[in-house]
Design a protein around this ligand. Sequence first.
Ligand code: FAD
Length: 421
Amino acid sequence: MSLNIEAQCCIVGCGPAGAMLGLLLARRGVDVVVLEKHIDFLRDFRGDDIAAATIEILDEIGLAEEFLALSPRRVRAVKAHTASGTMTLADLSLVRTRFPFVAVVPQWDFLTFLAAEAALEPGFRLLTGAEATDIIEQDGVVQGVRFRSGDEEGVVQAALTVAADGRTSLLRDKAALPVVATAPPIDMMLFRLPRRATDEASDAIDIHLGAGWAMARLDRGDYWQAACMIPKGAADVVRAAGVDAFRDAIAEVMSDLANHVGALETWDQIHLLSVQTNRLRRWHRPGLLCIGDCAHAMSPIGGTGVNFAIQDAVVAANRLTEPIRRGDVTTRDLAGVQRERQWQVRIMQLLQSRLTKGYVAAAGDKPDGIRGLGQRIGPKLLNLPGFCALRSRITALGLRRVHVAPEFRVAARQPPDGRHP
Ligand SMILES: Cc1cc2nc3c(=O)[nH]c(=O)nc-3n(C[C@H](O)[C@H](O)[C@H](O)COP(=O)(O)OP(=O)(O)OC[C@H]3O[C@@H](n4cnc5c(N)ncnc54)[C@H](O)[C@@H]3O)c2cc1C
């Protein structure tokens, strides 16, 4: 294949945002090239929680059933446990949706699924192992990108370039788009614990708070996926105390897993996630739009990153498909995408920040853990009737539902024998 490529739209990054936008544009006949620097989607410890916000979108484009068949695992509630009791933070059965659950699907399966679906469209080209290295500009207008693939260098020229290259985006730096960083006071340590046949099954995300620690865990069927919140930059202090001390802390806070912690032998089994949250002041320049984590890195608290990335892609497709087809994407079009999405990002980042402070307070070595949590996120709000329903709705659907425009809607595919998968 020639390394000098022309397309109507070039998307950099095939994460959830890039893959969904590529699929939607290609389905409407746009000639789209997606560059992905990795050769596959196989990365561990990524966002695997797909909430109703995204499943409803997949349903609108005829893919929900096939997507849900990728994994049987569902989360139906979020619960906080402290020494003084358990509180249901979200109960997804309270949400009015056809999909009152979070589907737990490995992100690599989700991305492989979206990319395979997009590949059915003649206008879609995915180049893996192709890393964008710079933007091409003429008279202040972005006209595409340079990229490297193995030993070769190439160029994609496109009327619109979309930066969906994640929270360490190179493109937004090259485009000199200023980032407003917010400083979450936490990092995360992510690990797995073995799951035994005798362990009680859980269909919740369980958050355990106490003894100065905040930990969360999710039943993945054959193992426990777990995360431990630590103060920002404290990983070295935690490591210096030794794996034994870390195991003891897990055993104290999640006491029913005390017999499982022996499986953690070295720090190599514990992945550090440096949490960053930020957003761009301006998501676009002429010829360039940023979406997903590139435009706004979300905190992992609340598991919103994938859903926000998908919603950005849908709004971009809704607003930009016709201008791209006409070859006339204006600054006004690009600003419209930012306008529709940025208020949700700002409010969600604010809510995540409050929730994080609540967890930190409730994890303190106090008997009144739940009250500590309440104090930080507002006891009056917490106690209002219906507030659990509101929290559940936000967990499932975000702040406002995003729908694909009618022209993208497709009925579910019927398999040849007429039965659904
Ligand atoms: C450890 C971890 C745990 C998380 N847990 C959750 C969770 O539980 N729930 C949740 O909703 N979210 C979670 N998130 C966040 C979620 O994964 C992201 O918000 C989401 O993936 C953002 O999608 P995106 O498409 O914008 O960016 P990404 O998923 O980051 O995708 C960007 C893509 O661009 C590619 N790329 C980068 N630079 C280049 C380049 N120069 N050229 C070509 N390709 C490039 C990358 O390889 C990547 O595939 C987690 C994130 C991390 C890191």
